[in-house]
Design a protein around this ligand. Structure first.
Ligand code: C5P
Length: 238
């Protein structure tokens, strides 16, 4: 079941993303579009992907004053993607207005889930404490962000696999845990600090995997994708 695995299209242009999709026969699989590709190609890209039957996670990680984020979400809602996100660090009022914007801008009746990014998986305790001056352990802060994101209308969070289980305990089974930082045993961690394998993600109740460089940098991306799929199965839905 590939429906809970979003491939990060972290490419500079649509031509390169399309080439990668074609070359590996990744047609119609769920994809994540981030800032790099969206800022280059704009909303037309989303239409193209929808025409090719991809489910889409639009990963723009909005973080601004509540009114601005609310109005931006109203516009993004019109794209009819499956998932959009904000940084939980923007605070409760920003999350509330993001959700309101999303609901008011929905023209198709297609539900777009609002997800809050907790603490980036590229961050560890030391960076969080010493650079950002946010005290405590990453895991405890993630849990706090997840709890208040849920209370203010988010449908789930982006977190590392290491926090997914505790989030489910606190926020309940319906609250989505989307987990980047996924690595096959043999892959490079790159800039990610809190990584995990697909099977560890399944055991720890992650709902959705985000797959980036473990696939896009693999010598054989198709084989790597298949391996993740075998390890992940249908995730914690099985
Ligand atoms: O290549 P890698 O597997 O590290 O890619 C992770 C992808 O997930 C990137 O597109 C990155 O922007 C995204 N992401 C993340 N951490 C978050 C949210 C999104 O790594 N907290």
């Amino acid at each position: 079941m590939t429906e809970n695995m979003y491939l990060a299209l972290d490419f500079p242009t649509w031509d390169e993303a399309k080439h990668f999709i074609d070359e590996n026969n990744f047609h119609g699989i769920p994809v994540k579009v981030g800032m790099e590709l969206f800022y280059r190609e704009g909303p037309d890209l989303i239409e193209r992907l929808k025409q090719d039957n991809h489910n889409i996670f639009l990963d723009l990680k909005l973080h601004d004053i509540p009114a601005t984020v609310g109005k931006a979400m109203k516009n993004l809602a019109k794209l009819g993607v499956d998932i959009v996100n904000v940084h939980a660090l923007g605070g409760s009022e920003m999350i509330i207005q993001a959700k309101e914007g999303l609901l008011s801008g929905n023209v198709s009746g297609h539900e777009t889930k609002l997800i809050a990014v907790t603490v980036l998986t590229s961050m560890d305790d030391e960076m969080m404490n010493n650079e950002l001056m946010i005290q405590g352990k990453v895991q405890d802060n993630v849990l706090h962000f997840a709890d208040f994101a849920k209370k203010n209308g988010a449908d789930g969070v982006v977190c590392s696999v290491h926090e997914a289980m505790r989030i489910k305990d606190v926020c309940g089974p319906q609250f989505l845990t989307i987990t980047p930082g996924i690595r096959l045993q043999e892959s490079d961690n790159n800039d990610q600090k809190r990584v995990a394998t697909p099977s560890f993600a399944r055991e720890n109740k992650a709902d959705i995997l985000v797959l980036g460089r473990t696939i896009t940098n693999a010598q054989d991306p198709k084989a790597a994708y298949k391996k993740v799929l075998e390890e992940w199965g249908n995730g914690n839905k099985s």
